[in-house]
Write a protein that binds this ligand. Structure first.
Ligand SMILES: Nc1ncnc2c1ncn2[C@@H]1O[C@H](COP(=O)(O)OP(=O)(O)O)[C@@H](O)[C@H]1O
Ligand SMILES: Cc1cn([C@H]2C[C@H](O)[C@@H](COP(=O)(O)O)O2)c(=O)[nH]c1=O
Length: 216
C-alpha cells in the first residue's frame, strides 16, 4: 500500500540526508521520482544536506498545486514512481492535503521531511497537517544532541548570539552561524525552556556568580 510518511525531527538531525538516500536507492533501481522542496538553504530548486550532497528539486512555491503538478507530468507521458518533499514544514496545509491525494488517488509513496516545531515550540502549519494526515510518522534514528548531551528535541533561534522567542515564524538559516547573525541551535526541552544555549551555558560557567564560594 502506498503511504504518506512524515520523517520529522529537529534541525540538523539528518532529514535531508535521508531524503537524498531514499531518492538515490530508488533511482539506482530504475525508479523515477519527483523531488519537491521549499526554501532550502542552498537556494531555489535545490535539496541539500550538510554532508555536502545536493540535488536538483522542484521548488514547491506558495500556491502551487502539488497534486496537479504530478497529474500534469503523468498526463504528458512522464513517469512518476514516488515523491519526496523536503522542508515540508514550509508547505501550506492544503498542499499537504494534495500530497495525501497523490498517495490515495495516484497510488504513489510520498516521503515528506521536515521539522515539527518552530523556535517558539509551536507547530508549523505544514507539519501540523502532516501529523494529522500521515500514514506513518518516523523519528530520525541519529538523534541531534543538546550541548548537555541529552537528545535535542527543540529548535532555538538566536539573534546576535542571544536566544529569542519572538519573531517571524520563517527565517531560513542554519546552525553554527556566526554570533552576529540570526542562527539556530538544537536544545533539549529543559534548556529550551530556560533559554540556555551553549553560549549562555558557557558564559554562566565563567560568571563569578556561579563559581564555588568557600564556606570560610
Ligand atoms: N562533517 C560531518 N561528518 C559526519 N557527519 C556530519 C558532518 N556534518 C554533518 N553531519 C551529519 O549530518 C547531519 C545533518 O544532516 P542534514 O541532512 O543536513 O540534516 P537536516 O536536514 O535534518 O537539517 C548531522 O546531524 C550530522 O549527523
Ligand atoms: C526552527 C526554525 C527553523 N526555520 C528554518 C531554518 C532552516 O532554513 C529550516 C530548517 O532546515 P533544516 O534542514 O531542518 O535544518 O527552517 C525557520 O524558518 N523557523 C524556525 O522557527
Amino acid at each position: 500500500m502506498p503511504e504518506l510518511v512524515f520523517f520529522s525531527g529537529t534541525m540538523d538531525c539528518g532529514k535531508s540526508t535521508l531524503a537524498l538516500q531514499i531518492g538515490h536507492n530508488r533511482s539506482a533501481r530504475g525508479l523515477q521520482g519527483v523531488i519537491f522542496t521549499r526554501d532550502d538553504r542552498a537556494g531555489e530548486g535545490k535539496l541539500s544536506s550538510r554532508l555536502g550532497l545536493v540535488t536538483d528539486a522542484v521548488e514547491a512555491e506558495e500556491g502551487m498545486d502539488l497534486y496537479g503538478n504530478i497529474v500534469d507530468r503523468v498526463s504528458r507521458g512522464g513517469r512518476v514512481d514516488y515523491v519526496i518533499v523536503d522542508e515540508a514544514q514550509f508547505l501550506a496545509p492544503d498542499q499537504i492535503d494534495q500530497l495525501a491525494r497523490v498517495v490515495d488517488d495516484l497510488k504513489l509513496d510520498v516521503f515528506a521531511f521536515g521539522i515539527t516545531t518552530d523556535f517558539r515550540t509551536k507547530l508549523f502549519p505544514g507539519s501540523q497537517r502532516l501529523i494529522e494526515l500521515a500514514d506513518r510518522i518516523e523519528a530520525l534514528q541519529v538523534e541531534a544532541l543538546c550541548w548537555c548531551g541529552a537528545r535535542a528535541t527543540h529548535n532555538a533561534r538566536t539573534v546576535g548570539g542571544v536566544m529569542v522567542v519572538e519573531g517571524e515564524q520563517v527565517v531560513v538559516g542554519d546552525v553554527d552561524r556566526p554570533a552576529t547573525e540570526i542562527g539556530y541551535e538544537v536544545l533539549c526541552r529543559r534548556h529550551h525552556r530556560r533559554r540556555m544555549t551553549s553560549a549562555a551555558a558557557h558564559a554562566g560557567a565563567l560568571s563569578p556568580d556561579v563559581l564555588p564560594v568557600s564556606a570560610g
